[in-house]
Ligand binder design. Sequence first.
Ligand code: HEM
Length: 380
Amino acid sequence: MSTITTCPYKVLRDPDTVREVLHRPDDFSPANALLAVTPLSGQALRVLQKARFALPPVLASNASPSHAATRKVVAGFFTPAKVAALEPRIRQLSRESAAAAAQLLNAAGHVDLVQAVAAYPPAVIMLEMLGLPVRDLPQLKAWSLDSLELFWGWPDPERQLELAHTAAEFYTWLRELVLEAVAAREPNLFRALADHGLSTPEICSLGYFLLIAGQETTTQLISTTLFRLAEGSRGISWDEASSSAKARDIVRHVLATESSVPTWRRVAARDTELNGERIPAGEEILVELTGNHGFPWAAGEGTGEPAGEGTEHQGPTPYGLAFGSGIHRCLGAKLAELEAAVVVQETTAALKGVRLLDPNPEWLRLLSFQAPRAVSVTHA
Ligand code: HEM
């Protein structure tokens, strides 16, 4: 880990202020949303360049007027009707993985629910929804975590180089997938984007973000929810969560208090004002969307004090901000919530009477992502 002493962001916590920032995209641009938190070393950049890795702004970081039309193409794959129609498929995948998890628990005496139930259903559903082949899932999961660390973490130069290699591998895999999908006869997202006029690097850029954001964030939400249920610390018991209403309640609670995406970034596009305070062009802003576990610097003010290990979540902020707000609001919000609720419901129904094997697992803690890396349970 690099040593971080000063917070490079203006941190905004007040929900009304955060909403205002997100609703003023001309003043507060998303151009920095996908930039590496830790500047990439020359060596890491060379590895990426060799793979022709590029992330031109297309969707989440696109501050230009082309955003709206591209968003419309992507949104067509996630309409509320399409999401609702998928519920039986989500339930089927969730039941299958919950049954496999129960078998593992009985056979081995313990099971890690992150791997057994949280990891794969969101990835399968995402690829199916986008009309893309469901393949190489273990690699996709590993690449997702590596790329999140590369762009939202604090890797030292050695780790950065390792992560650049796997990001380059992922990008090369993605480009092949894009070329194959664009040429395919069946409808799919990448072909729709090509028909819309996007270039291959633009489609790869969008795909790189979407193939990670469209499944790993949901895996993380499910992981935290199952962890809190097994811990019994959030007022809804493990067994109660097997009802669909309670499963939804606990997912919403986690979304408000310690969502998988607790912060997001913006940058002042010009000299402007916020709550009467002058904000100079170029100032980078970190908005808090939900409670979070803290960062490697002191509470947001750039005081030079490192934050303590394992700070408790500081929520709740309204659940309404967990998916952002305004013209870049998450296109997968309904899908993610449905998937999380169904996986939680089916898992708690299939595995009765469990307790945490390790109440203090290692957590993934990045600037904008958080979740327990493992949720190992055993018979109570
Ligand atoms: C728990 C799961 C998820 C969380 C917490 C989450 C959160 C977010 C957040 C905070 C943003 C930025 C919003 C803003 O700038 O106002 C975002 C953008 C986005 N998300 Fe999600 N997301 C999740 C799952 C998904 C899924 C499942 C998909 C699609 C399959 C998805 C697709 C997108 C897209 C396409 C954008 C960019 C939208 C734009 O710039 O117009 N997300 N998400």
